[in-house]
Design a binder for this molecule. Structure first.
Ligand SMILES: [Zn+2]
Ligand SMILES: [Zn+2]
Length: 186
């Protein structure tokens, strides 16, 4: 995979895995293809479980309450995932950078490196706040826990979908109508 200067595809891939977790290893590999990765991975029986752990570690970065904590968690993830960058041209992809040891080429290890560095690029080029959960899910009882990767021009994407934006707008509208003084009975 070529990490573009914004890290966008790696972050979108991580969000896709978090929101729609594949039921088996083949599903994870198919998802990496969808997001532009071309390499083959040596299969191991614990790939599915270990990739889930990578996504759960990444979700702690997504859910970090403030920038300092977010940076700390992401630095931790990169410290474990990455090595010095090196140039490679495997598979006729053209010269690009890998941020891991060549020996660490299992599916979860590669994803941890690609996702952590991609997220760091995204947060530093686009903005530290441009990652989180769908704002509709902040309301108690709302079912949405989708990850929002904000790659919009103005940086104001708060919802995962139009559907969630609409649901939240309706709720806010209703809340305004019953305030001040709470609901009236006559
Ligand atoms: Zn590569
Ligand atoms: Zn949503």
């Amino acid at each position: 995979m070529h990490l573009n200067p914004y890290g966008e595809y790696a972050v979108l891939m991580a969000a896709s895995l978090a929101d729609d977790w594949p039921e088996d290893r083949a599903g994870i590999e198919a998802r990496t293809r969808e997001f532009g990765m071309t390499m083959d991975f040596a299969a191991s029986p614990d790939d599915h479980l270990r990739t889930r752990q990578v996504i759960d570690e990444w979700l702690r970065v997504v859910d970090a309450p403030e920038p300092g904590e977010r940076a700390r968690l992401l630095n931790e993830l990169m410290a474990r995932a990455t090595a010095y960058p090196r140039l490679t041209d495997h598979g006729g992809e053209g010269w690009h950078l890998h941020y891991r040891d060549d020996a660490n080429d299992s599916l979860p290890d590669v994803l941890r490196a690609v996702i952590s560095v991609g997220t760091a690029l995204h947060l530093t080029t686009r903005g530290i706040h441009r990652l989180g959960r769908c704002a509709a899910g902040n309301v108690e009882g709302d079912p949405c826990a989708a990850v929002v990767v904000d790659v919009t021009r103005n940086g104001r994407q708060r919802y995962c979908s139009v559907r969630c934006a609409n649901r939240d707008a309706v709720r806010r509208h209703r809340a305004r109508r019953v305030r001040p003084g709470g609901p009236r009975t006559h």
